[in-house]
Design a protein around this ligand. Structure first.
Ligand SMILES: CNc1nc2cc3c(=O)[nH]c(N)nc3c(CCO)c2[nH]1
Length: 372
């Protein structure tokens, strides 16, 4: 198995686990937050900077790279690792989610999805076979199955039909991959917010005995409490000896809540996206550096943070750069937010190791302002 998790410890009071994710491009400590590099770059960061920040695995995207520059060009370059000069692990999402959220959706059939490119409006088609062949051309370490991220809210009937098609599509991805055992195919559990449908999807997906499983169809606009409720009954249905990946999550509080419920891997564009808009993540909550309150504040974003930005720059300077639309501002804010999350995940791993995760959560939520 090219990709596997080594569970080092199961928390005694929660479902949290401490682990090591073994991939062809390194071993990653879990729980882990994966920075998103949609178009073969984690925006504004060099691979060396990502490594310095502590990132060991990043996400990239079938939909975007299929549209531009095209997977054949990347194959010609020797694959995505060579093309983007990243020697860590890469997980590629299958394009399902992006087609529904980005492309001008034309129609979903059993065969696949017809859509118009968000770049030039030209007609495109993605199927389980094509999405899998694209990811093989990219040479990603973890291949996500081509699924439908069931929209929220969805009727039971729609959610049931959607999850059953996602299962049929997963089998077609698996058949396409048999020619290459280099990659690991992760299945994605759907079923919207219906417990019996989540059970059905989990049963159908785990029957295929895949190297890893993702919980999809969440972080799609539902209240966080509802997401946690779905996790409460869905994660226990997944095998303990396989990695669990919660797609599209998330904010610091959601990362802690997801770890408590047995999730090992997370991804979210939020930290890097809000960084570029001038908002910093800190243990005391979000700091909108571009606001006037930082104009004369010559202290760092977070004096307790060990990142390059907090060691060398003031809020006033960062506010100036963001207001002036200076590229350095995007970079410095991104460095801080990514370092904040890799530090948060290592603090969470330490808390699991020392049997104090619930106490860590209480302290974090109180400081972060979640528990008044
Ligand atoms: C931001 N929230 C979010 N929810 C997601 C849900 C899904 C999902 O159900 N399937 C797939 N393939 N990708 C997903 C992604 C993109 C990756 O972050 C999601 N992202």
């Amino acid at each position: 198995m090219a990709v596997r998790i080594e569970v080092l410890k199961e928390d005694n009071r929660t479902r949290a686990r401490l682990g090591k994710l073994h991939t062809p491009h390194g071993v990653i400590e879990t729980p882990v937050f994966m920075p998103v590099g949609t178009q073969a770059t984690v925006k504004t960061m060099t691979p060396e900077e990502l490594k310095d920040l502590g990132a060991g695995i990043i996400l990239s995207n079938t939909y975007h790279l299929f549209l531009r520059p095209g997977h054949e060009l990347i194959r010609e370059a020797g694959g995505l690792h060579a093309f983007m000069h990243w020697d860590g692990a890469i997980l590629t999402d299958s394009g399902g989610f992006q087609v529904f959220s980005l492309g001008d959706l034309r129609k979903i059939t059993e065969e696949g999805v017809e859509f118009r490119s968000h770049l030039d409006g030209s007609k495109k088609f993605l199927s389980p076979e094509i999405a899998t062949q694209v990811q093989m051309a990219l040479g990603s370490d973890i291949v996500m199955a081509f699924d439908e991220c069931t929209p929220y809210p969805a009727t039971r009937d729609y959610a049931k039909a959607s999850l059953e098609r996602t299962t049929r599509w997963l089998k077609r991805c698996q058949e396409t991959l048999t020619t290459t055992d280099r990659q690991a195919l992760f299945g994605i559990v759907q079923g919207s917010m219906y417990e019996d449908l989540r059970k059905q999807s989990a049963a159908e997906i785990t029957e295929l005995d895949l190297p890893g499983y993702a919980v999809g169809g969440l972080s799609v606009g539902e209240p966080k409490e509802l997401m946690y409720e779905v996790l409460d009954y869905t994660v226990p249905l997944l095998p303990k000896d396989k990695p669990r990946y919660l797609m599209g999550v998330g904010s610091p509080d959601a990362l802690i809540e997801g770890v408590m419920r047995g999730i090992d891997m997370f991804d979210c564009v939020l930290p890097t996206r809000i960084a570029r808009n001038g908002t910093a993540l800190t243990r005391y909550g979000k700091l909108v550096v571009r606001n006037a309150e930082s104009a004369h504040d010559f202290s760092p974003i977070d004096p307790t943070c060990d990142c390059y930005t907090c060691k060398n720059y003031s809020r006033a300077y960062l506010r100036h750069l963001i207001k002036a639309d200076e590229i350095l501002g995007l970079r410095l804010m991104t460095i801080h937010n990514l370092r904040f999350l890799t530090n948060l995940m290592s603090e969470i791993r330490a808390a699991i190791k020392e049997n104090r995760l619930p106490e860590y959560r209480e302290k974090f939520f109180y400081e972060y302002g979640y528990l008044k």
